[in-house]
Structure formats: C-alpha cells, structure tokens
Ligand binder design. Structure first.
Ligand code: FES
Length: 141
C-alpha cells in the first residue's frame, strides 16, 4: 500500500522536534480526525537554516511532514512558499488516494509557519501566503 520511501520516512522521520527560538511557527489541524501538525522554522537572511516538526497524526501525515521538511531545508522562503503537497507526494513516490489529503496538512503547516514569520516582520502575510485553511476537512480514520 505504501512506497518504501513513505515507510522509511514514517519509521525514521527526519527533523522531528522543536526549535526553541524559532522565527516562524505554524500549526494546522483538524479537530475531527485529531491530526495536528506543527512546524518550526529558523530563518537567516531569508534562508531556512533549520526546520523541525511535530505531528500527532496518521503515518502518511508523519511521512509527508518529514519529507516536506527535507524539501524546504536550505531553501529561500520564496521557494518554500512554492512547495505543493503534490511535490511532497511525488518525492515520496506516491501515496494511496485515500491518504493524499494528509499531505495537504504538511503544505499548510509550512505556509502557516511562513505566515507567522512574515507577521513577526510586520508584513501582512495574506498576499504572499494566502489564506490558511485550518487542516484537512475530509480525514477519515
Ligand atoms: Fe491523515 Fe488526518 S492527516 S488522516
């Protein structure tokens, strides 16, 4: 059902944890399925120098968080804003259709963290990041 990469990132997730003095923190979740994802960003000169995540959720949510953090580490914030859930899914060699929505949580958590970063800088994040919907609407366990 799951690719080797998904299993690898689920059983050995990268960048798990917190960053105490993060420059941006984003949390998205869904009260119905109970899955919550929090992303911490350390940003220096517009570059994401460190990223950590905590995900309380399904295996696909953990694997996509792990891969998403790998994909934005070392990137400029503008590049990280372009990250789509499809790119995360492709990097994981696919997800079962019923689990695609879990990858949306990773994209949204990164965008929420970047929105927080812009807000702290006194910049209105909405024109750059868009509206952050609060989690996936169709989680089914
Ligand atoms: Fe996977 Fe909710 S994020 S079931």
């Amino acid at each position: 059902m799951y690719s080797e990469k998904v299993m690898d990132h689920f059983t050995n997730p990268r960048n798990v944890g917190e960053i105490p003095n993060a420059d941006g923190v984003g949390e998205v979740g869904n009260a119905q399925c109970g899955d919550i994802m929090r992303i911490y960003l350390k940003i220096d000169g517009g570059v994401i120098t460190d990223v950590k995540f905590k995900t309380f959720g399904c295996g696909a949510a953990i694997a996509t968080s792990s891969m998403a953090t790998e994909l934005i580490k070392g990137k400029r914030v503008e590049e990280a804003l372009q990250l789509t859930n499809q790119a995360v899914v492709e990097a994981l060699d696919g997800l079962p259709p019923i689990k695609i929505h879990c990858s949306v949580l990773a994209e949204q958590a990164i965008k929420a963290a970047l929105a927080d970063y812009y807000t702290r800088l006194g910049i209105d994040p909405e024109p750059l990041v868009g509206k952050i919907p609060n989690g996936c609407d169709h989680c089914v366990h």
